[in-house]
Design a protein around this ligand. Structure first.
Ligand code: FAD
Length: 473
């Protein structure tokens, strides 16, 4: 927020009334009870305050809100499904909140052209379902998909489970409709695979976390649905074996390798302890595990045959300790549940410090080992649970508190622990935020990891598109 802006909690009565008039009283929330769900994020790390939650029902209403906000210099926080993990969707300083939940229509699906036009407030699960009903696949897949919205996914450039073969959100979109900070609407809903006419404005808004404009709709790319799939759960003797197995799987399966996830034994122990019905696929414990998915456009046993060949070759090379291919969809779902619950179960083990980082994939084994040593030096007895999207070089470097330690005392060490990880990340030329963005959590760290030239370019873009500094200040 720039110094001259009035704090939004002191919103003049006539401005507040003008905002309410745009969406109607029913969709302008002022009562604390009505606002409460919008003001806390799911881990309860951040709680906000706002004079007003607005729920516009159309792009025109979003445009009218931004026009008024621009004229009155009222700070605005766009709000999607509230699953963001860096606090960017919360009004931390009394900003007006704009929830996209009522822009929830799939405007059209073009199965032949492999595209869909969806409004920002459609949940990711609904986008996937609309694609499926048209016999197509929308490949973005994240554990929060039932709640997060496609607008939020694009605003954060979400990653998830199939980035390895389909790319992250940026790669899944052709065009955008965006309401600019001054209320103008940019209609960039073009369904073109190629368009080299000047700067790529679309890519500016993707990953900008609501700081440059409010995304109101998008042209999404669709794919043919795979005809066969194989899911393998693999036990590994060491992190180096994870590296060797990934190289082999990537080399042998190329574009068909849709997931390569890493799980540590400690995380497995947490899942087995806290998730009803979770079962260890192996009789013995192993230090690391990989969960692989292979998707094929060939029917029947095609994916299983590819997976079997790859596993046999890996076993001959000694790159795995044990491995099992899912024999049914239920068993595949059981394997995936072990991975999907890995973040949530940490809630049951006391405080958890979360880092979402990436380094070049070949450096992962060494980085993970050094990272574990580094955080154990900061908080002796802490329990690192590094897991996640190995194939993308992206690890959720989460750390659970030492057993018996006071939770608040552990969480008070968040910055020290994050600093130890981030220092290492930079040494490997990595990123301090692979998927989740900057938000409120990493805002102050950003200038320490970006060059002056990068910060200057970003500030100039922000000033050009949002001269009053009102969007997600
Ligand atoms: P919100 O949380 O509401 O908002 C996120 C940011 O985007 C905020 O800065 C907000 O201001 C802005 N924003 C929201 N909507 C718009 C819009 N229409 N226009 C402009 N700005 C907007 N993320 C991953 O990338 N990969 C994962 O694998 C993953 N797994 C997760 C698992 C769980 C259990 C949870 C809770 C979260 C996970 N996330 C993951 C994080 C989160 O789901 C994503 O960041 C998601 O894309 C956020 O979408 P949302 O609609 O909830 O956005």
């Amino acid at each position: 927020m720039t110094a001259e802006q009035p704090p939004a909690e002191q919103l003049p009565a006539e401005t507040l009334a003008a905002f309410v008039a745009i969406v109607g009283e029913k969709h302008a929330l002022t009562a604390p009870d009505d606002q409460a769900p919008y003001l806390t994020e799911w881990r309860r790390l951040y709680t906000g305050q706002t004079p007003l939650v607005l729920r516009p029902g159309s792009t025109e209403e979003v445009a009218a809100i931004m026009k008024l906000a621009h004229a009155t210099r009222t700070p605005i926080v766009p709000y999607g499904g509230n699953t963001g993990l860096v606090g960017g969707q919360i009004a931390h300083n009394g900003e007006v909140m704009v929830s996209l939940e009522r822009l929830n229509r799939v405007r059209s699906v073009d199965a032949r052209g492999n595209t869909m036009v969806a409004e920002a407030g459609v949940t990711l699960a609904s986008v996937q379902q609309a694609a499926e009903e048209a016999g197509r696949l929308f490949p973005l897949s994240i554990a929060s998909e039932g709640t997060c919205q496609i607008g939020g996914n694009l605003a954060t450039n979400a990653g998830g489970l199939q980035v390895l073969s389909y790319g992250n959100a940026r790669a899944l979109v052709l065009g955008l409709e965006v309401v600019l900070a001054d209320g103008r609407v940019w209609n960039g809903l073009r369904a073109l695979g190629k368009d080299n006419t000047g700067y790529d404005l679309r890519d500016l808004f993707i990953g900008s976390e609501g700081t440059l404009g409010i995304i109101t709709a998008a042209v999404l790319k669709l794919w043919p649905r795979p005809k066969s799939k194989a899911t393998a759960f693999i036990a590994l003797g060491s992190l180096e074996d994870a590296g060797r197995l990934f190289e082999m799987a990537h080399g042998m399966c190329a574009g068909e390798l849709t997931a390569f996830e890493l799980l540590p034994r400690r995380g497995m122990d947490f899942v087995l302890r806290h998730v009803d019905g979770a079962r260890d696929p192996f009789a013995e414990a192993h230090p690391w595990y990989a969960l692989l998915e292979i998707s094929s456009q060939q029917p029947d046993e095609a994916a299983n045959t590819t997976a079997e060949n790859m596993l046999m070759a890996a076993a001959e090379e000694g790159a795995l300790a044990d491995g099992v291919l899912a024999a049914s969809l239920t068993q595949a779902a059981d394997f995936w549940r072990l991975r999907e619950m890995m973040s949530e179960v940490q809630l049951h083990e006391g405080g958890s410090i979360k880092n979402d980082v990436s380094v070049p994939v070949a450096d992962l084994p060494e980085f993970i080992r050094r990272g574990m040593e580094a955080v154990e030096a900061v908080v002796p007895g802490c329990r690192p649970v590094p897991f996640g999207h190995y194939g993308d070089g992206n690890i959720h470097f989460n750390i659970s508190q030492p057993e018996g330690m006071d939770k608040a005392a552990f969480l008070a060490r968040w910055d020290d622990v994050a600093e130890a990880i981030n220092k290492l990340v930079l040494e490997y030329g990595g990123s301090i935020s692979a998927e989740h963005g900057i938000g409120y959590m990493k805002r102050d760290i950003l200038p320490t990891v970006k060059s002056d030239v990068e910060m200057d370019m970003m500030r100039r873009i922000k000033a050009a598109l949002d001269p009053e500094g009102i969007l997600n200040p």
